[in-house]
Design a protein around this ligand. Structure first.
Ligand SMILES: C[S@@+](CC[C@H](N)C(=O)[O-])C[C@H]1O[C@@H](n2cnc3c(N)ncnc32)[C@H](O)[C@@H]1O
Length: 217
């Protein structure tokens, strides 16, 4: 994603009641406390890592009021775009967390998260950057720490090398792949699927979209 410095984004994020800004050092203020202190209910927690401008997670939050959603985004300049759209959403079941997902296991307790969405994650094509890919074994280890026993991960991308890497990495980590598809929209837009901003763009360009769902045993 091309990053531009959006003036005032830090301030906008700090002022917004649905957004939490972290520097990676105050995990104990949130770990194990999301339901009790933030959402104030016992509903399951689903997160999207690298949510970008948030179209996908806002669509989910609107349709599923009994799920607590948290959209995680590393950059303020991107997250601030989601805030403008969030204003039109009359729901309390969606929070945004500005954080590098590397710190995720500090901010969620074991089994606190029931589902993780990864959509069009940055591919990091160079081998030496493989550990930064959100489906790398290093990230799977972090997800393993926070995912509920019956929890799972859903991953979509247009990037075939990243998808192939992810299938391998997931198998090598001993997780189970429940489904995978190299062309999710081959028969037209897939049913029960909310398109992300990137997905919409690539679909309109005629690119194949890959999807997988996996869980660890
Ligand atoms: C290619 S964009 C996709 C955005 C959105 N998911 C979509 O499908 O339209 C990837 C996003 O992931 C974010 N991202 C990348 N690495 C991240 C990390 N370690 N932690 C949190 N967000 C990250 C980027 O800043 C960017 O907004």
């Amino acid at each position: 994603m091309r990053l531009r410095n959006v003036k005032g984004s830090q301030e906008k994020i700090l002022e917004n009641p649905y957004t939490i800004q972290t520097d990676g050092t105050n995990g104990e203020d949130y770990r194990g406390l999301w339901r009790k202190n933030i959402f104030k209910n016992d509903n399951p927690i689903h997160i999207e890592i690298g949510m970008g401008k948030g179209q996908f997670i806002m669509g989910l939050a609107k349709s599923n009021p009994d799920i607590n959603y948290i959209g995680i985004e590393k950059y303020s300049s991107v997250l601030v775009r989601a805030l403008d759209k969030r204003e039109n959403l009359e729901t309390d079941n969606l929070m945004f967390l500005r954080m590098d997902a590397e710190d995720i296991a500090e901010y969620f307790a074991p089994e606190e998260v029931s589902r993780i969405y990864l959509n069009f994650s940055d591919p990091w094509p160079k081998d030496r950057h493989a550990k930064r890919r959100l489906t790398s074994s290093q990230f799977l280890e972090r997800y393993d720490k926070i995912l509920a026993k019956d929890g799972h991960i859903q991953f979509k991308t247009d990037n075939r090398p990243l998808f192939d890497f992810s299938l391998e990495e997931i198998k090598e980590a001993g997780w189970t792949i429940d489904m995978y598809d190299f062309d999710l929209h081959k028969d037209g837009p897939a049913k029960d699927n909310i398109m992300t901003e990137y997905e919409e763009k690539f679909f309109n360009q005629g690119k194949s979209i890959c999807k997988l769902i996996c869980h660890r045993d």
